[in-house]
Design a protein around this ligand. Structure first.
Ligand SMILES: [Zn+2]
Length: 306
C-alpha cells in the first residue's frame, strides 16, 4: 500500500504502517480496519443510518447477481475496488466468488462492518479522493450512489464551497487506481431530471428558504423536486463526462441501461408512492439508449474507460 497523501510505499514496522516521506502513521481503528482518512472532518461524517444499513443488506443480493456481477464479468476482471462501499455487501459477494475485491468508505462505517464480519484485509476506512492503492492496481472500480455526496458538507445534500475541486480530485483518484483501459462504473440520480428519486430535499445544513419550500412539497407529495441545473448536489451526464474525460483524461464514457439495476436497489428512504416508484423503474428500464444521457433519464449509470 502507498501513502494516500504523498503516494510513497508505506513501511510496516511492528504491525504499524507509516509513510517514510511525510512520517504520517496509519493505524487500525478499534474495529480492526486500517484507517487512511486524512481530513478530520470526514471522521465525523455519518453517511449511513441504521435504516439505510438494513435496506442495503436486504436489497444487495439480487442487485449483485443480476447487475453488478454481470457487469464485472463483461470483461476479464480480477481486481475490483468499491469506493463508497457502504455496508460492503458487493465486496463480500465478489470475494466469495473469487475476485480480489476491496471496499473503502468513511470511518463511521467500521462499526457496521465489524457487525457484518467484514474482512479487514478487504475493507479500509478512508476518503475516495486519497486511497492507499498503487497506480493502475484495479481492472475495475465501482462507485454507486457516492459521487453526488463528494464535496458536500456532511455527506448528504449541502455542497461545500470548493465542491468542484473535491470532485475533480475524486475522479482523478479513481482514474489513477484503474489500469489503462480499465473500467469505472458510476451511478447517480441525474441532475438534469427534475425529481431526485434517491434523496430527501434537505439535510441539517440546508438553510435557504427555497429549500424549505421544497421540503413542504416533499412532505405533501413524496416528490423531491429540484432545478435540473445550477447548484444541486446531483450530477448530470455532461458534468460526469467533463469531470472524468475533459478534466482528467478518461478515454470514453457511456450511459448504461438500468435494466436489473433499479428494481432491487433502494429508491431512497422516500415516501414516494409505491406505484410511482415502480412506474419510474419500468420507464427507466425501457428508456432507449440515446436518451440515457439526457434529461429524460432519472438515474444515470455510466461506464468510464480509463
Ligand atoms: Zn506520506
Amino acid at each position: 500500500m502507498i501513502c494516500p497523501k504523498c503516494q510513497r510505499q508505506l513501511l510496516e514496522k511492528a504491525g504499524e504502517l507509516s509513510c517514510p516521506f511525510c512520517r504520517r502513521p496509519f493505524s487500525r481503528n478499534p474495529f480492526g480496519y486500517l484507517d487512511f482518512t486524512l481530513e478530520a472532518q470526514l471522521r465525523e461524517t455519518k453517511s449511513t443510518s441504521e435504516e439505510y444499513a438494513a435496506e442495503q443488506i436486504s436489497s444487495t443480493r439480487r442487485f449483485y447477481q443480476e447487475y453488478l456481477k454481470p457487469w464485472v464479468d463483461r470483461e476479464k476482471t480480477e481486481r475490483i475496488l468499491d469506493v463508497g462501499c457502504g455496508l460492503g455487501m458487493g465486496v463480500a459477494f465478489l470475494c466469495r466468488d473469487g475476485y480480489e475485491a476491496y471496499g473503502i468508505d468513511l470511518p463511521h462505517l467500521a462499526g457496521f462492518w465489524a457487525r457484518e464480519n467484514r474482512d479487514p484485509r478487504h475493507f479500509i476506512n478512508g476518503d475516495g479522493s486519497h486511497t492507499p492503492f498503487p497506480d493502475g492496481y484495479f481492472d475495475a472500480v465501482v462507485t454507486l450512489g457516492t459521487i453526488e455526496h463528494i464535496g458536500t458538507i456532511s455527506g448528504h445534500n449541502t455542497l461545500a464551497a470548493g465542491y468542484r475541486a473535491v470532485r475533480n480530485s475524486f475522479a482523478a483518484e479513481l482514474l489513477r487506481v484503474t489500469k489503462p483501459g480499465g473500467r469505472i462504473l458510476i451511478s447517480c440520480p441525474n441532475k438534469s431530471f427534475p425529481v431526485d428519486i434517491h434523496h430527501q430535499p434537505t439535510d441539517e445544513n440546508s438553510t435557504e428558504k427555497a429549500e424549505n419550500r421544497r421540503q413542504a412539497i416533499f412532505d405533501r407529495t413524496g416528490l423531491n423536486l429540484h432545478l435540473p441545473f445550477g447548484r444541486y448536489h446531483l450530477l448530470s451526464f455532461r458534468e460526469i463526462k467533463k469531470t472524468f474525460c475533459r478534466d482528467n483524461g478518461a478515454q470514453a464514457i457511456r450511459s448504461l441501461s438500468a435494466r436489473s439495476y433499479f428494481a432491487y436497489k433502494r429508491t431512497g428512504s422516500l415516501k414516494m408512492l409505491k406505484q410511482f416508484k415502480s412506474l419510474i423503474s419500468l420507464y427507466m428500464e425501457h428508456l432507449p439508449g440515446p436518451l440515457r444521457s439526457t434529461f429524460l433519464n432519472p438515474f444515470l449509470i455510466v461506464e468510464v474507460r480509463r
